[in-house]
Design a protein around this ligand. Structure first.
Ligand code: HEC
Ligand SMILES: [Cu+2]
Length: 325
């Protein structure tokens, strides 16, 4: 059962299908190294086969006639020369990739602060105007074609941010700020994964990156900035009562209500997200119910306790949470 619910595929997850400028540079370097090494391997193997076939129990080089000795020295020199050239090529390619990777910075980027936590990602969209800032979790949206500056922090242990389609890995280290620049060049939903073992639920610490055309992204941004929508139906109103009267408020925020704790993900626009529990399960009504009642079965050891509810309370709570678009 556990495994049936614990695998959620939301998008491609491969460094060999670059969807962004940075990933394309890394992919280019990888291909050069792959083909370079393949050719070198092929040549070495061919030389080996040739040597075996032409095996000739020759006497010690010292005893070779002068002409043959010169030939051996020439061949070895050429081989050393080629080796140096290949290594220089690899070093040049690596340095130039590093340079290209550092060139994304712009004066006025979109800045997103990401804090790694056991075992989810806290996300803060920064803005000059404090009232435009907002928090969300486990899913970041970025505009296609625009550089995004990720400021990386950790609240507990070392994590590592890795969305292979967009860039390489970067660690999130307690007490320190790291930064990563990404740019998505085509729209899509890209999956990422914590890439530094960070405890029991490390494997269930995924992140989703949604790259959208600029206009769509602006729409998303505006919607996320707003406080939670007011409940519209009677059961939604009841659901909010259940939520606010329960332990949920000790750990979660729903902007526009009295719930303002930060121990767990911000739930203000929960229903707009694709997944739950750092992309462990899809965000559907059934999975949401399962998560609230028994998060420990889905993600053993995570920091949300199980809950019990009357059927009526649970239905109302789900209606309310599903209205948080
Ligand atoms: C002791 C703190 C705590 C309490 C109490 C708590 N939660 Fe959580 N909740 C968390 C943490 C921590 C996570 C993230 C777990 C993870 O993914 O590792 C979480 C995750 C969630 C998520 C998934 C959010 C997402 O985007 O992935 C939902 C939904 C949720 N909680 C709802 C509730 C509701 C409803 C209640 C009350 C019935 C509640 N929580 C009570 C700490 C808590
Ligand atoms: Cu982690």
């Amino acid at each position: 059962m556990l495994f049936a619910v614990s695998c959620t595929r939301v998008g491609p997850h491969s460094a060999l299908e670059p969807a962004g400028t940075q990933a394309a540079h890394i992919d280019g370097l990888w291909r050069q190294l792959l083909w370079g090494c393949t050719i070198v391997y092929g040549v070495v193997m061919a030389a080996l086969v040739l040597a075996v076939l032409k095996h000739n129990p020759a006497p010690d080089t010292q005893d070779l006639p002068e002409a043959a000795r010169r030939r051996v020295v020439r061949i070895v020199s050429i081989a050393v020369g080629i080796t140096i050239l290949v290594l220089a090529w690899f070093m040049g390619a690596t340095l130039s990739t590093e340079r290209q990777l550092a060139q994304l910075e712009t004066k006025n980027p979109l800045t997103v602060k990401i804090t790694g936590r056991q075992w989810w990602w806290e996300v803060l969209y920064e803005d000059q105007t404090p009232s435009n800032q907002f928090q969300t979790a486990n899913e970041i949206h970025v505009p296609v074609g625009r550089p995004v500056h990720l400021r990386l922090f950790s609240a507990d242990v070392i994590h590592s941010f890795w969305v292979p389609n967009l860039h390489g890995k970067r660690d999130l280290i307690p007490g320190r700020e790291n930064s990563l620049w990404i740019q998505a060049d085509r729209p899509g939903v890209y999956e990422g994964q914590c890439a530094e073992f960070c405890g029991m639920q490390h494997a269930h610490m995924r992140i989703v990156v949604v790259a959208q055309p600029e206009e769509e992204f602006e729409g998303w941004l505006q919607a996320q900035r707003r406080p939670a929508p007011e409940p519209e139906t009677e059961t939604q109103v009841r659901g909010r009562e259940v939520f606010l009267a329960n332990t949920c408020v000790m750990c979660h925020t729903v902007r526009g209500t009295t719930a303002g704790s930060r121990a767990g993900p911000d739930l203000t626009h929960l229903a707009s997200r694709r997944t739950l529990g750092a992309a462990s399960i899809p965000n559907t009504r059934g999975h949401l119910a399962g998560w609230i009642l028994d998060p420990q079965t889905i993600k053993p050891g995570n920091h949300m306790p199980p809950h019990t509810f009357e059927a009526e309370e649970l239905r109302a709570l789900l209606d309310y949470l599903e209205s948080l678009k």
